[in-house]
Design a protein around this ligand. Sequence first.
Ligand code: G3P
Ligand code: MG
Length: 263
Amino acid sequence: MPSRMPPGHLSAYEYISPVIAHRGACGEAPENTKASIELAARQGAHWAEVDVTISADGVAVIHHDADLSRCSDGSGLVIQKKMAELKALDAGSWFAPQFQGETVMTLAELLTLANHLDLSLNLEVKPTIGREAETVWAIAQTLKAVPFDHPLILSSFNIHALHACKTQLPHLTRALNVEAIPRNFIERLEEAGCQGLHFQKEFADAAQIQAVRQAGYHLLTFTVNDPDTARNLLQMGVSGVFCDFPGRMLAALNGGRFSKANH
Ligand code: G3P
Ligand code: MG
């Protein structure tokens, strides 16, 4: 896989790997932290997915929940804390004591780290409802400040966020996140000019997957930690799976048809 995205190339899916580290290697390190991203890279992942939102002062930050309590020693909403307040939190101890000192990463820090580790990225935009355009604006500003020339996919469950991506970052590959594959998937994907559809594995349906592929769109599935399930999905036509244990998954798949050497 090329480590650099050729200029003017439209679809990052051309470089996708069958295993995408979900929130980093979040089964073995605190999700969305530097430790989790570094572990994913050490385990051989070429792609990582993270969740992106904004702080009260408009900085793009890597965090899954709107609230801080599950993944840090803080509480309250991410969007109501300034970046300096977020940086003062411990985002590692909740997972295991050896991760004490991990912090809430900014998108700028993540881009620098991923450039260094040669990782491609799926940034899942998780805006506060009503703050979609601001969230994407913060992402766009960060991408200007920290150039990232590896393959990059912007995805979201939120259609307003995807519209903002299309307007503000039109050159980047976009994907719609859903639970089940919508029956009117073409209409839904075309609405925000998406090249991909990311869906929940429990809703996998071979005929629907085939229809999406035949229409020319790419599919990724979350969250898949069982290698047999991953093999089935890949055989059905899914291009990759989001996995909490990328090392184990790569080791299992490398013994089969979907080795990295094939991609
Ligand atoms: O982007 C794929 C997956 O991460 C979507 O669900 O809740 O894990 O962000 P979630
Ligand atoms: Mg996510």
